[in-house]
Ligand binder design. Structure first.
Ligand code: TLP
Length: 344
């Protein structure tokens, strides 16, 4: 059966070039700082993001957690969006492992947090309150239609943080999707950030890994914290090699994923039983709502899946589809055909 797997860009398998590079990677013990391939990846990543240094970590979740643990101490508070991945999907690791208090403010539909909400959430110096240390921004914003947050917004958040002597962390799991959609360099989006995590294992197609970027001092501390979390890896150049191919060969094609997402959204908008606003789709993530019809949002993924089209149920009435390297324009047409068939 033909499979069109739109559950996530995390399902991408390594390209032939990645597999070759991984097989041939020069390696060493990275805990001793002796893996040349990891070092090369870290240098490339730091350069791409305009930061002094970088650290290869096992996942986006680990990159965010390491960053939080470096920026904040026990009892400190960080401000983040109520729809953010870190708040929703990272098991509350900041509190569970770091004693760091999350303070949510609402995410707007475009993934931003209103600036006045951020400012009013910052605590005055008072013995009753935790200390506000960090603002965490997600770009693109996964639960807000994969919205890219633009350079102006990112700059103003940085200015607010500096005014209150706070830091900024960017969960840039899909920062290169944001850069591609906005027609800017990723480094410009994170110029004001003290730290940024981006993922190699999503739209960039590498099998494993994320990278945290920041100042040399920050990355030095992050390296210690990664080790504490059990994330000191040894001959991990075999994985970093896939990441190097991701950064050299996979950035330019993200625009194709965005075009396919747009095509999917426009096609879905014409199908009875679904509600979707194609104008909200700016990158590779599409959310659709199931309106009252012969099926439900709980049943529809299974019905589509029996015809080879896979999506994720993302909450009451909502389904999510994500385009990626393995999805062609023809796959989108096939998927639309299956939707039409299932929804009658
Ligand atoms: N997102 C996954 C799921 O966990 C929801 C997905 O399929 O979209 N930050 C953001 C913005 C993310 O979207 C994700 C993964 C992560 C961090 C975590 O990355 P990993 O899975 O590598 O820990």
């Amino acid at each position: 059966m033909r499979i069109v797997d739109l559950r996530s860009d995390t399902i991408t398998r390594p390209t032939p070039a990645m597999r070759r590079a991984m097989a041939e990677a020069e390696v060493g013990d990275d805990v001793f700082g002796e893996d040349p391939t990891v070092r090369q990846l870290e240098e490339m990543a730091a350069e791409q993001l305009g930061k002094e240094a970088a650290l290869f970590v096992a996942s986006g979740t680990m990159g965010n957690l390491v960053s939080l643990l470096v920026h904040c101490g026990r009892g400190d508070e960080f401000i983040l969006g109520d729809q953010s991945h870190t708040f929703f999907y990272e098991q509350g690791g900041s509190a569970g492992l770091g004693g760091i208090h999350p303070r949510t403010v609402p995410n707007q539909p475009d993934g931003t947090m209103a600036l006045h909400h951020i400012e009013t959430a910052i605590r005055p110096d008072d013995i009753h309150f935790p200390r506000s240390r960090l603002i965490a921004v997600e770009n693109t914003h996964t639960r807000c239609y994969g919205s890219p947050l633009d350079v102006d917004y990112m700059q103003v958040v940085g200015q607010i943080a500096r005014r209150y002597e706070m830091k900024v962390h960017v969960d840039g799991a899909r920062i290169f999707n944001a850069a591609s959609a906005l027609g800017v360099e990723a480094r410009d989006l994170v110029a004001e950030a003290d730290s940024v995590t981006f993922c190699l294992s999503k739209g960039l197609g590498a099998p494993v890994g994320s990278v945290v970027c920041g100042t040399r001092d920050f990355i030095g501390e992050a390296r210690r914290v990664r080790k504490m979390l059990g994330g000191g890896m040894r001959q991990v150049g075999v994985l970093a090699a896939g990441g190097i191919v991701a950064l050299t060969q996979m950035l330019d094609r993200l625009a194709d994923d965005h075009a396919n997402a747009q095509k999917l959204a426009e096609g879905l908008a014409d199908i009875d039983g679904l509600s979707i606003d194609p104008e909200r789709v700016k990158t590779n993530i599409v959310y659709l709502e199931v309106t009252p019809c012969g099926t439900t949002w709980q049943l529809l993924p299974e019905q589509l899946s029996s015809e080879g089209v896979r999506l994720l149920a993302a909450g009451p009435n909502r389904l999510r589809a994500v385009t990626h390297y393995h999805i062609t324009s023809d796959d989108i047409e096939y998927a639309l055909g299956v939707f039409r068939e299932v929804l009658g």
